[in-house]
Design a binder for this molecule. Structure first.
Ligand SMILES: [Zn+2]
Length: 237
């Protein structure tokens, strides 16, 4: 009984816009949320995940509810890594987030186009660029791996490798500090590239309708650390 009551309480957000988290957002609920509140909801979701107290969701019911439309709160750009499932680590359900996944979580014009749809058309308020520890793509880029189409994929991470190379004597994946540095730089560069390469997304930020923020997922603990000091919002443009 006590557990049920706790689960009931946890099903409601502690953010200022308290609502039933078992129900996907509708148009009105999405419109009410500010980008800053969505960042908070993403943080709270990861806190619930870490506490092993996820919201109890009926996914089939959520499929039915969202069948007539979707009103997600956020867009997450993350790696394909099997240890970083967005909905699980942010404790989100069907219809809550747009999920963009590519090895090394970088952008190109196709991904920017997807983000423009996810925000300007479908109304999500935050783009989270989610790097993660022990990233094979980043390590591959650090080692200049060449293999089929992967060569071209990893070349997208090269700017991050070059940007921190001068700080390290050993520039390969055997140097954990180098890999960590590149992983962080790749997230920072991607956050900046998003607003520099997409006038549509930049305009949304300028209008106060979008925050672009980097974050790092620790595959050993499941903890997501948000880079609040480097987020791009209306005040930082
Ligand atoms: Zn990865």
């Amino acid at each position: 009984m006590k557990t049920c009551f706790l689960a009931f309480l946890l099903a409601f957000s502690t953010a200022s816009t308290a609502r039933d988290l078992t129900v996907p957002l509708d148009a009105e609920a999405q419109a009410k949320l500010t980008p800053a509140e969505v960042v908070q909801l993403m943080k709270e979701g990861n806190q619930r995940f870490l506490a092993n107290t996820p919201v109890e969701r009926n996914f089939l019911e959520q499929i039915k509810t969202t069948s007539t439309g979707q009103y997600p709160m956020a867009t997450v750009l993350g790696c394909i890594d099997s240890r970083v499932p967005h909905e699980i680590i942010f404790d989100k359900g069907v219809g809550d987030i747009f999920s963009v996944r590519i090895a090394g979580n970088f952008i190109n014009s196709d991904i920017l186009g997807s983000m423009e749809f996810a925000t300007a058309v479908a109304g999500s308020k935050v783009i989270v660029v989610l790097g993660h520890t022990e990233c094979g793509a980043v390590k591959g880029a650090c080692d200049n791996v060449e293999m089929g189409n992967l060569t071209s994929t990893l070349s997208n991470i090269a700017p991050a490798v070059y940007s921190v190379g001068h700080r390290h004597d050993v520039r390969n994946s055997k140097n954990k500090a180098f890999v960590d540095d590149v992983t962080h730089a790749n997230v920072d560069l991607t956050v900046r590239n998003i607003v520099e390469r997409s006038p549509i997304l930049r305009q949304l930020v300028d209008d106060g309708k979008l925050i672009v923020i980097g974050a790092m997922h620790d595959v050993q603990t499941g903890e997501v650390t948000f880079f609040d000091d480097k987020k791009i919002d209306k005040s930082s443009l």
